[in-house]
Write a protein that binds this ligand. Structure first.
Ligand SMILES: *Cc1c(COP(=O)(O)O)cnc(C)c1O
Length: 341
C-alpha cells in the first residue's frame, strides 16, 4: 500500500469521474463551443453567486489572470507574506501584471481589516498605487486555516471604503466552507474575483476557475489567451469538474476527520516542537533537534508513506480523496513507531 500525503493534488480520477470524462460532449472552447466547459462555467458561477466563470488549466493561472484583470502596472497588492500568489507563482505578480506586493505577517496566513488599512499607500507620486487585496482561504502555509465570514465582511468594508478590489485565492475554498458551513454565495459576494481549484480536494486531474462579473470574465478570457491557456476540447476536463462539484464536495469532511486523527498522534510526540491546529486537510509540524526532519521523511518513505519537507525541520501532510481509512490506520501505526522512539 503506497500512501502519498505530499499534497491533495496527487489524487487520480475515480472510475466514475473517468466515465463522466469518457462521455463528455466536447467542442472547441477557444470558439466558445465546448458545451461541457460552458456548463461547468455556468454551474460554478451560479454556485458562488457570480455572473460568469472562466475555466483555466491551473490555479496559478486563474490567480494570475484575476490579478491582471483587477490591476494596472505600478499598482500594489496587499497580501499575506506566505501567500501562494506571492511565494509560489514564480514571481508572476511582477511578470504578468507589473505590480508590487505589500506583505503582511498574518496569523497562520490570515490577515485582518486593521492590518490591511495600515498598509494602504497614500495618494502620492512616490508610492505604488494600492488597488487590490488578496486573501487565501484556506491558507496553505497557514496549515489549512480559514477565515470566518465576519472577518471577510470587515475586510470587504475596508476595501470598499478605500476603493480597493478584493481577490480570493480559493484553491481550497470548499475545505473552508465545509468547516464554516457558509454557502459559497454568502462568501462569494464579497469578492471581485475568486479562483477555485478543481484538482486539489475535489480530485480532478486538472483545472481551475476564475469567477467574477461578465465584464471581468470577458477581460479574463483575453488574458488567458495571451498566457497560452486557451484550450480546445477542454470539456473532457470540465466534465471531471462538474462531476467533482456534484460528488466530491460533501466528502471533504472525511479528509478533515483523517487530518485531525493524524494530528492527534503527532501532538503527543516527544520530538515535536510545534504543531499547527489541523483545521481542515493540512497538517504542518516542526520537529525538535532530537529528530531531524530529513531522517523522519526517509523513514516514512521506507514505509511507503510520502510527506513533504516544508521549511526548516518542518513537515507537511495533506489528506485527500485517495487517502482511505485503511491508509490512515497504517500511517498512525507507523507514526506511533517513528515519533515515539
Ligand atoms: C495549489 C494552490 C494554487 C494553485 O496551484 P496550481 O498548482 O497552479 O493549480 C493556488 N493557491 C493555493 C493556496 C494553492 O494551494
Amino acid at each position: 500500500m503506497k500512501i502519498d500525503l505530499r499534497s491533495d493534488t496527487v489524487t487520480k480520477p475515480t472510475r466514475e469521474m473517468l466515465e463522466a470524462m469518457f462521455s463528455a460532449q466536447v467542442g472547441d472552447d477557444v470558439f466558445g463551443e465546448d458545451p461541457t466547459v460552458n456548463k461547468l462555467e455556468e454551474k460554478a458561477a451560479s454556485i458562488f453567486g457570480k455572473e460568469a466563470a472562466l475555466f483555466c488549466p491551473s490555479g496559478t493561472m486563474s490567480n494570475q489572470i484575476s490579478v491582471k484583470v483587477l490591476t494596472q502596472p505600478q499598482d500594489e497588492v496587499i497580501c499575506e507574506r506566505y501567500s501562494h500568489i506571492y511565494n509560489f507563482e514564480a514571481g508572476g505578480l511582477a511578470f504578468n501584471s507589473g505590480i508590487s506586493a505589500r506583505l503582511i505577517s498574518g496569523d497562520r496566513g490570515r490577515i485582518s481589516a486593521v492590518e490591511i488599512a495600515e498598509e494602504i499607500n497614500p495618494h502620492n507620486d512616490h508610492y505604488a498605487h494600492t488597488s487590490l487585496v488578496s486573501l487565501e482561504n484556506t491558507s496553505n502555509r497557514g496549515g489549512g486555516s480559514f477565515y470566518s465570514l465576519s472577518t471577510i465582511k470587515e475586510i470587504y468594508a475596508v476595501c470598499r471604503k478605500n476603493n480597493l478590489k478584493l481577490h480570493l485565492d480559493g484553491a481550497r475554498i470548499f475545505n473552508a466552507l465545509c468547516e464554516t458551513k457558509d454557502t459559497p454565495d454568502a462568501v462569494g459576494k464579497y469578492f471581485d474575483t475568486i479562483s477555485v481549484c478543481l484538482s486539489k480536494g475535489l480530485g480532478t486531474p486538472a483545472g481551475s476557475l476564475v469567477l467574477s462579473s461578465t465584464d471581468n470574465i470577458k477581460k479574463a478570457r483575453r488574458v488567458r489567451k495571451v498566457m497560452g491557456g486557451g484550450m480546445r476540447q477542454a470539456g473532457y476536463f470540465a466534465s471531471a469538474g462538474i462531476y467533482a462539484l456534484d460528488h466530491h464536495v460533501g466528502r471533504l469532511k472525511e479528509d478533515h476527520r483523517r487530518a485531525k486523527a493524524l494530528a492527534e498522534i503527532i501532538m503527543g510526540s516527544p520530538h515535536l516542537e510545534e504543531l499547527m491546529p489541523a483545521d481542515t486537510n493540512i497538517i504542518i509540524f516542526r520537529l525538535s533537534p532530537s529528530l531531524r526532519s530529513e531522517v523522519l521523511l526517509q523513514k516514512l518513505t521506507d514505509e511507503n508513506i510520502l510527506a513533504i519537507g516544508f521549511g526548516k525541520q518542518t513537515i507537511r501532510m495533506v489528506t485527500h480523496l485517495d487517502f482511505t481509512d485503511d491508509m490512515l490506520d497504517k500511517t498512525i501505526k507507523v507514526l506511533r513507531k517513528l515519533l515515539y522512539s
